[in-house]
Every structure is written in structure tokens, then in C-alpha cells.
Design a protein around this ligand. Structure first.
Ligand SMILES: CC(C)(COP(=O)(O)OP(=O)(O)OC[C@H]1O[C@@H](n2cnc3c(N)ncnc32)[C@H](O)[C@@H]1OP(=O)(O)O)[C@@H](O)C(=O)NCCC(=O)NCCS
Length: 169
């Protein structure tokens, strides 16, 4: 029997949303917590950025930088010793960038109780070896859910680009 490869199993055909899906599981360690025993928001943001990058690089196999992270709201604290499960995927591919969605769920290791902590939308810009914007291949949308997410991503992109324009960058 061929050994199962956890890095590649459940991945779809290259270029599809399914092929970009990432799951990360982390435990909250003492070094990542504040004096109330809850995880620092910055630690969660770091994990979101990593999870987002991994999803993005499964679509664009080159240099990527985080161009922006949309508004974040933390709904629940995550306690030391609890588990953080991160789920990421590319929602849409644009000319030189992709939008990735990352959802963070906390899990109580004793009860198995799971709660939605935060969701994030990140934009990664694709760059060539000289640091110039690089063309990204279109994302293959296979399901109704893929299409719904891509449509929402398009609306968020318009808002983002308008804000960018407004800020002069
Ligand atoms: C992001 C960055 C590459 C944009 O460079 P630029 O010269 O302004 O290039 P462009 O305007 O052509 O943008 C390139 C792509 O990024 C997208 N982009 C740039 N800024 C963005 C923002 N704030 N939000 C969303 N998308 C953005 C553009 O829309 C474009 O993609 P598109 O063609 O699909 O629309 C550049 O600002 C950069 O390198 N920033 C630092 C990134 C970094 O180091 N991040 C880590 C944390 S510091």
C-alpha cells in the first residue's frame, strides 16, 4: 500500500480552489499568552499570515508578499493549552494577486468544544524574480460555493482598491 502523504492528500487538480486548501493545527503555548492566559492577537495574526501564504503559494508557485489584510475582529479568547485550527484557501485570483480566506477555530482539548475565533481575508501580490508584479493564472471554480466565494472576493477587492486609491497608495 502506498503511504499516505498528509501534505498532498485531499488536494484537487492544480489550479482549482481545492488544490489550495490548507489546514494548520497549533497549541497555545505559555510564550504566546498574555497575563490573563489568553493568546496574543499578534500570534493569531502571524499564524493567519502563514496559513494564507501556504494557500496562496499552492496557486502561484513563485514569490508572494502579503499586500494587505482586511479588518480583523476577534470573537473569543483562546486559552493556553487550547488548540487553534486554521483553514485557508484561495478565494479568487486577479491579474497579479490572489485573495485568500483564513478561518480560525479554537478547540478545547478536554471537551472538544469548538468556537469560531476570527476570519480573515488577505491579499498576496505575486512578484517575479526582479520584484515586479507577475501574472497569476486564473483560478478554476468548480463548485457553486467556489463561485459564491469568488464573487464576494471581487466585491471586497473593489472596496480594497478604492481604499488604496483613497490612501494615495
Ligand atoms: C504589495 C506591493 C508588491 C505592491 O506593489 P506596487 O508596486 O504598488 O504594485 P501594483 O500596484 O502593481 O500591485 C501589485 C498587485 O498587488 C495588489 N495590491 C497592492 N496593494 C494592495 C493592497 N493594499 N490591497 C490589495 N491588493 C493590493 C494590486 O492590486 C496588484 O494586483 P492586481 O494586478 O491583481 O490588481 C508592494 O507595495 C510591496 O512590496 N509591499 C510590501 C509587501 C511586504 O513586504 N509585505 C510583508 C509585510 S511588510
Amino acid at each position: 500500500m502506498t503511504p499516505r502523504d498528509p501534505c498532498t492528500e485531499n488536494h484537487g487538480t492544480p489550479g482549482t480552489v481545492a488544490a489550495t486548501r490548507v489546514q494548520m493545527t497549533e497549541v497555545v503555548l505559555p510564550k504566546d499568552t498574555n497575563k490573563y492566559g489568553g493568546v496574543f492577537g499578534g500570534r493569531v495574526m502571524e499564524l493567519i499570515d502563514i496559513c494564507g501564504y501556504l494557500a496562496a503559494v499552492r496557486h502561484y508557485r513563485g514569490n508572494l508578499v502579503t499586500a494587505s489584510i482586511d479588518h480583523l475582529s476577534f470573537h473569543h479568547p483562546v486559552k493556553m493549552g487550547h488548540i487553534m485550527c486554521l483553514y485557508g484557501q484561495v478565494n479568487a485570483a486577479f491579474r497579479h494577486s490572489v485573495e485568500v480566506g483564513v478561518k480560525v477555530i479554537s478547540e478545547n482539548p478536554e471537551t472538544g468544544d469548538r468556537r469560531h475565533v476570527v476570519s480573515a481575508y488577505l491579499t498576496f501580490a505575486a512578484l517575479d524574480e526582479l520584484g515586479r508584479p507577475a501574472a497569476v493564472a486564473p483560478l478554476k471554480l468548480e463548485t457553486a460555493e467556489d463561485k459564491r466565494r469568488a464573487k464576494s472576493a471581487q466585491k471586497r477587492r473593489e472596496l480594497r482598491l478604492a481604499l488604496r486609491e483613497d490612501g494615495g497608495k
